[in-house]
Design a protein around this ligand. Structure first.
Ligand code: NDP
Ligand code: MG
Length: 398
């Protein structure tokens, strides 16, 4: 039997993408890179293509396609293409065993849908896809025999802890959060934090969008919704706990009161590798835990007044339907506006809440309705800041 796993890595030029390649390097020749994608960073994509010799390299933003082609002129075995359609093509490549979804934002959704419909094992970091369309992706995975495995460290922890009992024995999950850079910042000061402050995460080094989401704690909101879909939980079965050291990545409480935690130093290579080797475990390059050196771990409840995004996460997990698409679309638009200096830090969650309160909720939406909800939310933010927002469905290939 051919043991080799062929991997399509969507978003290889990002933080998770680069860590995924480090994991693939360390796993050795049983894992082969079949295709890579980048968006703007054509130089890094060229370097990666030169090193891994995938069959295809896709540059989703075709602006620098000619530069990428020129950089790889002497590597004719790599087929190079530009535009978002290429993502859905490589995500459903019949030769591929595992798709790693590491694109940021709802832009990753069309490829995630394509991989699911092609019955792939989907190692998903792109939580926004689950937040927008978890209500469709989970049944689609069942229908087409796809397996969705989390890369997000909290959800990987939950998956690992769940192996201590049967699904029906799970009472609740406790998702941990570092609290981000503003854990101890007053409500008054929060209104004035700068982009630079928000990009300075205390425990994790990540891409800019998720770093800002961690600062507003919208990341935790997205993770509550992600967990709701991945593990089929009711909102009342999910708790959030602030744990500043980011050593316990999440916990599962079983019906007998036993609580199982997954612990490791904060390093994404471990959860990425677990998704690739699941259910097996392999030696991993991430550092080992030394509790003796750490001495103490700390915990506190989340402050829903200063970080209202968490409350929105619970609300959306309870409502389902189009609520996830609206929250995510509004957040992506608002984060973009904050990065451009158009709104203040605290307006991100405020605007997202306004969108949630004002939208025409659909309980059982189809993909088109989810995409329309996403567009509607982005338009609301665009109107607020006076800048038209880019939409997911303006892409082709869904
Ligand atoms: P980065 O910003 O570092 O990387 C994003 C990747 O997506 C890059 O390859 C980027 O290409 C590509 N990309 C950007 N925009 C588009 C687009 N419109 N269409 C297609 N591709 C695009 O993000 P992260 O790696 O930090 O995060 C990726 C995903 O993983 C997010 O959903 C995040 O929430 C999730 N995640 C990340 C964690 C982390 O530690 N970083 C932890 C847990 C989850 P390019 O750089 O070439 O422009
Ligand atoms: Mg996480």
């Amino acid at each position: 039997m051919d043991k080799q796993k062929r991997i399509v890595l969507l978003g290889s030029t990002g933080s998770i993408g680069r860590s995924s390649l480090a994991v693939i390097d360390s796993l050795g020749e049983d894992y082969e890179v079949l295709a890579l994608s980048g968006h703007g960073n054509w130089r890094l994509l060229a370097e990666q293509a030169r090193k891994y010799r995938p069959r295809r390299a896709v540059l989703t933003n075709p602006k620098h396609l000619a530069d990428l082609k020129a950089a790889l002129r002497d590597v004719p075995d790599v087929e190079i293409s530009g535009g978002p359609e290429g993502l859905t093509e490589i995500a459903s490549d019949p030769e591929c065993d595992i798709v790693i979804a590491a694109v940021v934002g709802a832009a990753g959704l069309p490829a995630v849908v394509a991989a699911t419909k092609a019955g792939k094992t989907l190692a998903i970091a792109n939580k926004e896809s689950l937040v927008v369309a978890g209500c469709l992706l989970v049944p689609l995975a069942q229908e087409y025999g796809a397996k969705i495995l989390p890369i997000d460290s909290e959800h990987s922890a939950i998956l690992q802890a769940m192996h201590s009992g049967s699904r029906s024995e799970v009472e609740k999950i406790i998702i941990t959060a570092s609290g981000g850079p503003f854990r101890q910042t007053s409500a008054e000061e929060l209104a004035h934090v700068t982009l630079e402050d928000a990009l300075n995460h205390p425990t994790w080094i990540m891409g800019p969008k998720i770093t800002i989401d961690s600062a507003t704690m919208m990341n935790k909101a997205l993770e509550i919704i992600e967990a709701r879909w991945l593990f089929d939980l009711g909102g009342e079965q999910i708790e959030v706990l602030i744990h500043p050291e980011s050593i316990i990545h999440s916990l599962v409480e079983f019906c007998d009161g036993s609580v199982i935690a997954q612990m490791s130093p904060p390093d994404m290579r471990l959860p990425i590798q677990y998704a690739l080797t699941y259910p097996a475990r392999m030696p991993c390059p991430s550092p080992r835990l030394n509790l003796h050196e750490l001495g103490q771990l700390h915990f506190e409840p989340p402050d829903l007044e200063r970080f209202p995004a968490i409350r929105l996460g619970f609300e959306v997990a309870r409502r389902g339907g189009t609520a996830g698409a609206v929250l995510n679309g509004a957040n992506e638009g608002a984060v973009e506006a904050f990065r451009k200096g158009k709104i203040s830090f605290t307006q991100i969650a405020e605007l997202a809440e306004q969108c949630l309160n004002n939208h025409n909720f659909i309980d059982k939406p189809n993909l088109q309705e989810l995409l329309e909800a996403d567009q509607w939310a982005r338009r609301q933010i665009g109107r607020h800041v006076g800048v038209p927002q880019q939409t997911v469905s303006s892409q082709k290939g869904i």
